[in-house]
Write a protein that binds this ligand. Structure first.
Ligand SMILES: C[S@@+](CC[C@H](N)C(=O)[O-])C[C@H]1O[C@@H](n2cnc3c(N)ncnc32)[C@H](O)[C@@H]1O
Length: 257
């Protein structure tokens, strides 16, 4: 798995490349990350990558040529490694909202070439010529695509085999198909009583079926409260058992279709 990132701020990517579980996996060669600075693909003395917008208005726009040359260099490097062609993904608030499903799709491929916009955005002709997909981190505007790319790479890499110490832990996370797309249940660790609050009794029972049922009911409760849309989705996909439905019927705020 190889990610290439076209960015004016390559140092920001040390966060995923060097730190935490993704950093360890990078060191083990499970995935790799390469950055390409558009300034290295300019031909003027000022290494210009942006210019004023046609039609006027505030801010600057990233020029097409340095971005296209950087993408070309990334694609050539990938070809040299005999990697399959990768999607060219522009980070953009106008793109498809990134979610756990998109992270899974990314993790199932051979990687991607991310384009991090800055200023007011990038020249539309570059998008039309080179970009295969636009992804958004959410309905808010960041100063640049770097933080979005970091989050997307992190979410995809932790799904790769061998990245997490306990391979099963990603399966227990919120939104995961193994959790039927529901939210995760609460977690507790030692001490058994903290500031007068005890760990819920089922977790101390040692009875695996009781623990699993308690966790499932906590997931259902939390999801019904905070993300009723996910209950509706799980039901439509046939992922809720009769026991789940009986439990949901006891909740005051049971979401219906
Ligand atoms: C200041 S933003 C430009 C916003 C653009 N003028 C708009 O209103 O859609 C600069 C860059 O940050 C990145 N960016 C901002 N918000 C983002 C988001 N929610 N998801 C992904 N990338 C984002 C994009 O690469 C964008 O080109």
């Amino acid at each position: 798995m190889r990610f290439d990132v076209v960015t004016l701020f390559p140092d920001m990517f040390a966060l995923v490349r060097d730190q935490g579980v993704t950093g360890r996996a990078h060191g083990q060669g499970i995935w790799s990350l390469h950055t390409w600075n558009p300034r290295d693909f300019t031909h003027d003395v000022h290494r210009t990558v942006d210019d004023r917008p046609y039609g006027g208005g505030p801010g600057m726009v990233m020029m097409a040529a340095p971005l296209e040359a950087a993408v070309g260099a990334a694609q050539a490097a990938r070809t040299q490694q005999s990697l399959a062609a990768a999607p060219v993904i522009l980070l953009s608030p106008t793109g498809r909202r990134y979610d756990q499903q998109a992270a899974g799709e990314l993790a199932a491929g051979s990687g991607a070439i991310f384009i991090c916009g800055r200023y007011e955005g990038v020249d539309q002709r570059f998008i039309e010529r080179c970009v295969t997909l636009e992804l958004s981190l959410g309905d808010f505007v960041l100063s640049g695509g770097e933080l979005a790319a970091l989050a997307m790479v992190d979410a995809a890499v932790r799904l790769l085999p061998g990245v997490l110490n306990d391979g099963a832990s990603a399966l227990q996370d919120s939104f995961n198909p193994a959790l039927d797309g529901l939210l995760d249940s609460p977690h507790y660790t030692r001490p058994e009583v903290y500031e007068g609050v005890a760990v819920p009794a089922p977790l101390l029972s040692g009875h695996h079926a009781h623990i699993a049922r308690w966790r499932r009911e906590q997931s259902l409760t939390l999801t019904a409260q905070r993300r009723p849309d996910l209950i509706v989705q799980a039901r439509a996909a046939g992922r809720l058992t009769q026991a789940d439905e009986r439990f949901l019927a006891t909740l005051a705020n049971t979401p219906r279709d």
